[in-house]
Ligand binder design. Structure first.
Ligand code: SF4
Length: 326
């Protein structure tokens, strides 16, 4: 591990001042400390923001839900309002990591976590994300767990967060605070596809920190859930996953929100699937036809072609589970 300084910010002003001077924010530390041990990350200065007042979960005036950046994953998953309004969020969180990690890791940190690409974590391998311009060992290496959407010649790594898939489906907003004040970014613009700059992963400006996540009010009733497919049933990242929310009224699907994980360089929204569902009556045939469109535009690599079929089945099964007619 490389030498670094550690400061605990007493308040937001202190945190932002230290952030302006180039310090890295840390709260739960479940990703960053691991990466520092492996010398993948080498920050000169850490600013512990865990004392900041960002640990509330509240219903907004408009009927949406705001989850503070420092709420622990386990707290958010168990929160009665989160469970009642957006089970897809609770389920995505409960299917993430281990219980011990969920007790430490925060909502903000979960969104900011870095890829689990094994080459990224191997400092002897070429990796444009870790070392811009060095190449991508995964492109022609063992890429079974890598992305089929949003890839570039520079990087094909998936985004690892389950929570992020649920937030993409629900069209959440990220709230940020920085040296120039507060701002909000739609979640669809927050996580960046790699393009030619895979080391740029989020739309965060220097010195900014996440203050919270807001899920807009969705007309009710809304049923939602998260399905995660992985090599083993615990403590494993998704091969494929599906976050789905449906509003069915008068026997017809009025609203459909669908995003998938384990397959994109960022959580991947499926507007074609959503369009296919809206205005239709639930049926076996509809679920299958909609799921067939889940892989439009997919570009599998040498070892991950199986994800194309697996993703269709994941989406179809989750639609059946939520929409009925099983
Ligand atoms: Fe690095 Fe991305 Fe290539 Fe993995 S896929 S080695 S993270 S550049």
């Amino acid at each position: 591990m490389h030498p670094f300084t550690y400061t605990k910010a007493a308040d937001t002003r202190e945190a932002l001042d230290a952030g302006r001077r180039g310090g890295r924010y840390i709260a739960g530390g479940t990703t960053l400390v691991d990466l520092m041990r492996e010398t993948v990350e080498r920050p000169a200065s850490l600013i512990d923001i865990s004392a900041l007042p960002l640990s509330d979960t509240t219903v907004t005036k408009g009927g949406g839900l705001r989850i503070g950046a420092l709420v622990r994953m386990s707290e958010a998953a168990a929160h009665p309002t989160v469970r009642a309004l957006y089970p897809v969020i609770s389920q995505a969180l409960e299917l993430s990591a281990s219980a011990q990690l969920r007790n430490m890791a925060t909502i903000g940190g979960n969104i900011m976590q870095r890829t689990r690409c094994t080459y990224f974590r191997d400092v002897t391998a070429d990796c444009n994300k870790r070392e811009p311009g060095s190449g991508c060992a995964a492109l022609h290496g063992y890429n079974r767990g890598h992305a089929i959407f949003g890839t570039s010649d520079s990087c094909v790594a998936t985004h690892p967060s389950d929570l992020a898939v649920a937030l993409a489906a629900l069209e959440a907003t990220i709230h940020l605070l920085g040296p120039d004040g507060e701002r909000s970014v739609p979640f669809s613009d927050f996580l960046l596809q790699p393009g030619s700059t895979p080391h740029r992963e989020q739309a965060v400006l220097p010195g900014e920190l996440i203050t919270g996540v807001e899920i807009p009010a969705h007309p009710r009733p809304l049923t939602s859930g998260y399905l995660k497919v992985r090599d083993r049933q615990s403590y494993e990242f998704a091969l494929t996953s599906a976050a789905v929310a449906l509003r069915i009224g008068g026997g017809v699907i009025r609203e459909a929100k669908v995003a998938v994980g384990g397959v994109g360089t960022v959580p991947w929204k499926l507007p074609a699937v959503e369009r296919r569902l809206i205005g239709e009556r639930p049926s076996h045939r509809l679920w299958a036809e909609a799921a067939e469109q889940a892989t439009d535009g997919a570009r599998p690599l040498k070892y991950n072609g199986f994800k194309v079929e697996l993703l269709k089945r994941t989406v179809e099964r989750q639609l059946r589970t939520l929409g009925g007619i099983t």
